[in-house]
Design a protein around this ligand. Structure first.
Ligand code: DGJ
Length: 720
């Protein structure tokens, strides 16, 4: 409490603080966001320094509400819009109480109760701080205390306020095979919106992530910056509103589009969680904080082992049989990957899955291609010395399938309108518990019948068109629940999957990177960033994905997508993610085969540094003609440097300057060794020198990338 009995609420991480305070009307306001103050007592002096206009009467500072209601005093963007049981559309929220609890070591949860004095609606704001990582997780619950249903028109997860200047918003955008491009703009007065309405595969065009820098642009090493992600695999909306004082209001949550939610009397709704990390020392620090948090607290088996793969998608597409697969197993063994992954096309008999127009939904093994079923394949792979993994796309259906014929009411479609397809398919209605059971059974049956299946790729290719659920209609639930109920249904299935099958790694795929967020990654070990595996494109994508997601989640396969790049270049790029191959090994030359063997052996030496170390984006591919990334093990004993030529422009093209390394121990001495050397070639590096961390970071190191050495991988290890 402050002297005038206003409540002061300080939420601190290791380095930063978020401070709220009530005003005389008991409205809770954002007072401060930034570096922690040295003296805790000083927070109470902040509010007196804020002298906002009083001419608008009711509230002296209505832009900085901690959760902005609608229909009363507010005139800015809202966090909460309700239509009460009696039709009244005004809501007021007053602070009632809060509590703070350390729920595990260094993780503190603050719960703040706000109540509408007229209707009794309870809004709880939750702020979980992972102190050591400077990561904040924020969400809201809304409890209906009225005698009848309340219509929730907008129900944001978080409502933040930043008193700074010059906000640089970096959004990520794209489409199939062009995922995760970045675009930065300086926000100006008014509202900039980032959102999706696609339902499933929801972030095909806009992932629910952003980077925001304050008081000017941030660089990797300087500036104030936030990285954020809404942990929600469905429709989202971020509103960035610069109000008339020039400050930024951020409202983040489920997209209210077509999503009025009828909250029954006594019912409580919990929003998705917004996850953000903040740094005043540049983007690299924010990334490291996010990655360390994600591995520790979010990603399924975040610190665990990952399997290197040989996937058959690009090698065969739908055209394979048992013999072909067994040959591929041999190839997998020969180059030395851990696991073979059988992709699309292995199922359906009435409408065999020989292309993407038929069979989706009919999850019995195709008898023509695979007469001996999955058990035979698991055994045959084992006999070759590799594990076996399998692809499924359980949320979807082709109209040409027995599933569609037998369970039309399980399909999301408008019964009276022509169907609209995305990749010739439709989406199953996961709001329906029967459909949830079915989707779960696909996974569960495969793994129960074949307990040795060691890996699953879970795909999701279609967006929702003609949003209509026969189930919701039957149950008398409004159709406007569908988008939300879909995601909640999906998470129910995934919870059951994980309860039954905690060990198996699962790749999150959505026709490439159409669904990547920290909601889904609670259940998945990794994700497929894009079907585009051109190494140059992947360097750019990796740059942006790596801001939010650690390398152990970023699946990177060597394929023939871009044959203009050498096998070495393609492999070197894939080595800075979770490595896999999507090629027919029998088609490689002897030298190429031995190169793959070398690369996999080398990868096994440093993969833990890539997966669990800190990533530094050293040289942006747009800045010079080469790009560079560095991964440093937390012990600072090992680091791996990747450098890639990213343009063919200019005749004389080489790294004329060293790159300055980061994150090493300045006092340690290091030796360098080039890895992934193609047979019959030699390193250009002098590997006999011992270099101090201090030198490597201040003066730098030249990987000697050039037109002749288009990609270079260097292991940097503490000298004995
Ligand atoms: C889309 C995925 O992104 C691809 O990797 C592949 O699994 C195909 N689907 C299979 O249909």
């Amino acid at each position: 409490m402050t002297n005038n009995q206003e409540v002061l609420l300080t939420i601190e991480s290791q380095d930063y603080a978020l401070v709220f305070q009530t005003n005389p009307a008991r409205h809770l306001k954002h007072i401060y966001f930034g570096k922690k103050l040295a003296h805790a007592g000083d927070y109470s002096a902040i509010k007196a320094q804020l002298k906002y206009d009083h001419f608008n009467g009711v509230d002296e500072d209505h832009f900085n509400s901690v959760y902005t209601p609608s229909g009363t005093w507010n005139t800015a963007n809202t966090a909460l819009e309700l239509k009460h049981h009696d039709g009244n559309e005004s809501t007021e929220l007053e602070y009632v109480k809060h509590s703070t609890k350390e729920i595990e070591k260094d993780v503190v949860l603050t719960t703040i109760e706000l109540v509408d004095p007229l209707y009794g609606t309870v809004v709880n704001l939750y702020l979980k701080v992972y102190q050591a990582f400077n990561v904040f997780e924020q969400w809201t619950s809304i409890l209906n205390k009225e005698p009848d249903t309340v219509q929730m028109k907008k129900y944001a997860s978080a409502n933040l306020y930043f008193r700074n200047r010059e906000f640089h918003l970096t959004q990520f955008h794209g489409t199939w095979a062009r995922e995760m491009n970045d675009h930065t703009q300086v926000l100006s007065y008014g509202t900039k919106v980032l959102e999706t309405k696609l339902g499933t595969r929801a972030n095909l065009y806009n992932p629910p992530s952003f980077q925001l820098s304050f008081d000017g642009p941030a660089t990797e090493d300087t500036g104030k910056v936030m990285l954020a992600n809404l942990a929600w695999s469905g429709n989202f909306r971020f509103e960035f509103e610069i109000e008339r004082y020039g400050n930024l209001r951020l409202i983040a949550g489920i997209n209210p589009y077509a999503s009025n939610y009828a909250l029954k009397a006594g019912e409580e709704f919990e929003t998705p969680h917004l996850i953000y990390t903040y740094s005043e020392t540049g983007i690299a620090t924010a990334t490291i904080q996010m990655h360390r948090w994600a591995r520790q607290h979010r990603i399924w088996n975040g610190h665990g082992e990952r399997l290197t793969l040989l996937n058959n998608w690009e090698a065969t597409y739908f055209d394979f049989d048992e013999d072909k697969l067994v040959d591929l197993f041999k190839g997998a063994k020969e180059i030395g990957v851990d696991c073979f992954l059988l992709d699309d096309g292995w199922f359906a008999n009435k409408y065999p899955r020989n292309d993407d127009t038929t069979g989706l939904g009919d999850w019995e093994v195709n008898k023509t291609k695979l007469p001996n079923g999955i058990p035979f394949l698991v055994k045959a792979a084992k006999a070759e010395g590799v594990k076996f993994g399998i692809w499924i796309e359980p949320e979807m259906v082709n109209p040409k399938s027995a599933l569609y014929e037998n369970h039309l009411d399980w399909v999301i479609r408008q019964p009276e309108r022509p169907e609209v397809y995305f990749r010739n398919q439709l989406v199953l209605d996961l709001s329906n518990p029967e459909v949830q059971d079915y989707v779960f059974s696909i996974f569960n049956n495969l793994l129960t019948e074949n307990p040795e299946i060691a890996y699953v790729k879970w795909d999701c290719n279609a967006v929702i068109y003609n949003a209509y659920s026969a189930y919701l209609e039957r149950e008398g639930i409004p159709q406007s629940h569908l988008y939300v109920a879909y995601v909640k249904g999906l998470y129910e299935v995934l919870k059951r999957v994980r309860a039954g099958h905690p060990k198996v790694p699962i790749m999150l795929c959505s026709g490439g990177g159409g669904r990547v967020d920290y909601g889904a990654l609670q259940y998945y070990t990794e994700f497929w960033p894009s079907d585009n595996t051109s190494p140059i494109d992947r360097v750019f994508m990796h740059w942006n994905y790596s801001k939010l997601y650690p390398a152990n989640t970023l699946c990177a396969h060597v394929t023939d997508w871009d044959k203009t790049a050498s096998l070495k270049f393609r492999t070197d790029v894939a080595c800075m993610g979770k490595l896999g191959f999507d090629i027919d090994v029998s088609k490689l030359t002897t030298a190429e085969k031995s190169f793959c063997q070398i690369a996999l052996k080398d990868y096994n030496r440093y993969k833990h540094t890539v997966w669990n170390g800190d990533v530094y984006r050293i040289q942006h591919p747009d800045e010079l003609h080469f790009a560079s990334f560095l991964f440093v093990d937390p012990s600072q004993k090992q680091a791996v440097l990747f450098a890639y030529m990213v343009t063919n422009r200019f005749e004389i093209n080489y790294s004329f300057e060293p790159v300055k390394l980061k994150g090493l121990d300045p006092m340690k001495k290091y030796q360098v060794k080039e890895l992934n050397i193609f047979p019959e070639t030699e390193t250009a590096l002098d590997e006999s020198v011992i270099l101090s961390g201090d030198l490597l970071m201040k003066a730098g190191f030249n990987p000697q990338v050039s037109s002749e050495r288009k990609s270079v991988v260097v292991l940097i290890s503490e000298a004995d």
